[in-house]
Design a protein. Structure first.
Length: 150
């Protein structure tokens, strides 16, 4: 059996930098004020890009390694579910202006959102939604629950 070859320290510098950035923000956010819409918008952008990347990995891995491709496809679906929950949380947080009416802040696909960052997160989410719906069934998109026994 051939031992796994360790990856070079700079084999994936951008992924490593993105991971370090998320880790840094998680540490600073724990000491700062609660999340705002800007944080969720940026995190949603990160998740949707990761979603697209995992999709590409699954497509490449599936023909030679079907089992690995299925696991990556499952990760792809779970990332979509996480992005959907972030999108929903984004719309539940108050905007930059005092908005007592949450209806004004909600996502309305039938009309244009009120502007950044709502415009960007809704457009990004809609584009990612088209991608996921081409490759999964509604059953696959149901929330995943796992019974964890400790």
């Amino acid at each position: 059996m051939i031992p796994p070859r360790p990856s070079a320290p700079d084999a994936h510098p951008y992924l490593r930098a993105a991971t370090a950035g998320v880790r840094h923000h998680a540490r600073t956010l724990s000491r700062a004020a609660p999340s705002d819409r800007g944080h969720l918008d940026t995190l949603h952008a990160h998740l949707t890009e990761l979603h697209r990347f995992i999709d590409q990995l699954a497509e490449v891995a599936r023909p030679p390694h079907p089992a690995a491709g299925r696991h990556l496809a499952t990760a792809h679906t779970r990332l979509w579910q996480a992005a959907t929950e972030l999108h929903a949380a984004f719309h539940l947080l108050p905007g930059n202006t005092a908005q007592a009416d949450t209806e004004k802040s909600a996502c309305h696909p039938e009309r244009l959102p009120e502007g950044p960052p709502v415009l960007t997160i809704c457009q990004r989410h809609l584009a990612a939604g088209h991608s996921i719906r081409r490759k999964t069934t509604p059953t696959d998109l149901r929330p995943h629950t796992t019974a964890c026994v400790r």
